[in-house]
Write a protein that binds this ligand. Structure first.
Ligand code: SAM
Ligand code: SF4
Ligand code: SF4
Length: 338
C-alpha cells in the first residue's frame, strides 16, 4: 500500500495516532478524573456511541495510508473494553504499521498480558505514580494499593511485552517519590517517564504552582544517579531521554508544560466516539463516526482526514499562559486518552 505524507499548516507531518477505545475507568485519579467530578451519576458514553472494532480498523488503515507509523491504544482504561485483544489482532495486521502500543493503569494486565502479546501488541506503558500503597490509593481515588499494578507489570514483562512506566508528578502529592520510583524502575530494568502535571480538561483544578518541572526533577535525580543524555534521533519523540551511566536503562521526561514541543508534534487523537482531535487541548473534535455510519467511502474518509490535518495550526503548550488555561474549553484527558 502506497503511503502519502501529509503536513499541517506548520509543516508537521502526521506520524502517530492515539486511539481511545473507552471513556470509562476503574480509577478516579485526582489529576485526571477526580472522584468528586466523575461520581456514580456521571454519564459515560453509551455503547452504541463507541466506534466498533471494525470501524477503528477501517480508520486505522486510512491513517496508515496517510503516513501513520505508530498507534497507541488508550482510554479511559483501555483494558476495560471487552475483548481488547481482538482489536489488537486486527490492528497488528494492518500493513505498514510499525508500532502498536497500549497505555494502561495496569490493573487488568495480569489477566490480559499474555493474550495481548500473542495478538500482536508490542509495548505497554503502565501508569504508576508511587510505590506507597496508601498514597497510591489516595491518588487513584479508589483506595487501590500498588499490588495489582506491580503484578500487571511483572506479567507484561513475563509475556515479553516492552514495559515503560509513566509517573505524573504533582507538587506536594508525590514529588517525594521521585527517587524511590527511579530505584524501582532501574532495579527492574524498566524505563521510567516523569510526566509534568498538565492542565488538560477543566476538572482537575490544575494550577501552575502544582507543576514539578523537568528541571526540578532532573536536579533531584542527578544528586543520586549519574545520567547521560540519549539522542533517539526520532522526529516527534516527546520524551527527553537519559541513560543511567554504565547501564542500558533509560529514564525520560515529558516536559509538556516547561519545555513544550508543539513544533514537532506529529500526533492525532481519535476519541472513543469517533472524533479526531489534532491537539490534546482542543475543545471539540472533528466527527468521523457519523460520517462513516452515513456511508462515506474510504476515499471520502481519506479526504476528510487529510483536510483536517492540512488545516491544523495547534500549538497550545507553546502559547500556554494562566489566561489561556482559564479561558479555554478543553476536552477531558479521560476522553481522548493522554
Ligand atoms: N488509564 C490509562 C492510564 O492511566 O495509563 C490510560 C489513559 S490515561 C488518560 C493516559 C496517561 O495520561 C496516563 O499515563 C496518565 O498518568 C496521564 N495523565 C492523566 N492526567 C494527566 C495530567 N493532568 N497531566 C499529565 N498526565 C496525565
Ligand atoms: Fe483512569 Fe488513567 Fe485517568 Fe487514572 S489516568 S483516571 S487510570 S484514565
Ligand atoms: Fe501537540 Fe497540542 Fe500538545 Fe502542542 S499542546 S504538543 S500541539 S498536543
Amino acid at each position: 500500500m502506497g503511503k502519502t505524507i501529509i503536513q499541517d499548516k506548520l509543516n508537521r507531518p502526521l506520524k502517530d495516532l492515539r486511539i481511545s477505545v473507552i471513556d470509562r475507568c476503574n480509577f478516579r485519579c485526582q489529576y485526571c478524573m477526580p472522584a468528586d467530578q466523575f461520581g456514580p451519576d456521571f454519564e459515560f458514553l453509551p455503547r452504541s456511541a463507541l466506534l466498533t472494532y471494525e470501524e477503528i480498523e477501517r480508520v486505522a488503515k486510512i491513517f496508515v495510508k496517510l503516513g501513520i507509523e505508530k498507534i497507541r491504544l488508550t482510554g479511559g482504561e483501555p483494558l476495560l473494553r471487552k475483548d481488547l485483544p481482538s482489536l489488537v489482532a486486527k490492528l497488528a495486521s494492518v500493513e505498514g504499521l510499525k508500532d502498536l502500543a497500549l497505555t494502561t493503569n495496569g490493573v487488568l494486565l495480569k489477566k490480559l498480558a499474555g493474550q495481548l502479546k500473542s495478538s500482536g501488541l508490542k509495548r505497554v506503558n503502565v501508569s504508576l505514580d508511587t510505590l506507597n500503597d496508601k498514597l497510591f490509593g489516595k491518588i487513584n481515588g479508589r483506595g487501590v494499593g500498588t499490588g495489582p499494578v506491580l503484578d500487571g507489570i511483572a506479567a507484561a514483562q513475563q509475556a515479553g511485552l516492552g514495559v515503560k512506566i509513566n509517573m505524573v508528578v504533582k507538587k506536594g502529592l508525590n514529588d517525594g517519590e521521585i527517587i524511590s520510583m527511579a530505584e524501582y524502575c532501574k532495579t527492574n530494568g524498566i524505563e521510567l517517564r516523569y510526566i509534568e502535571y498538565m492542565d488538560v480538561g477543566s476538572t482537575n483544578g490544575w494550577k501552575m504552582d502544582d507543576v514539578v518541572t523537568k528541571k526540578q526533577i532532573f536536579s533531584i535525580l542527578k544528586d543520586r544517579f549519574e545520567l547521560e543524555p540519549v539522542n533517539t534521533g526520532y522526529y516527534g519523540e516527546v520524551a527527553k531521554l537519559y541513560r543511567y551511566k554504565d547501564t542500558d536503562i533509560n529514564v525520560g521526561f515529558i516536559s509538556s508544560v516547561s519545555e513544550s514541543f508543539c513544533s514537532s508534534c506529529t500526533r492525532a487523537r481519535l476519541s472513543a466516539n469517533g472524533q479526531i482531535f489534532t491537539c490534546l487541548f482542543n475543545g471539540i473534535g472533528h466527527d468521523i463516526r457519523n460520517f462513516m455510519r452515513n456511508g462515506a467511502t474510504d476515499e471520502q474518509l481519506e479526504e476528510r482526514i487529510t483536510s483536517i490535518w492540512n488545516a491544523r495550526i495547534d500549538r497550545y503548550s507553546d502559547e500556554r499562559t494562566a489566561e489561556t488555561n482559564k479561558n479555554r474549553k478543553k476536552i477531558e484527558m479521560s476522553y481522548i486518552g493522554g
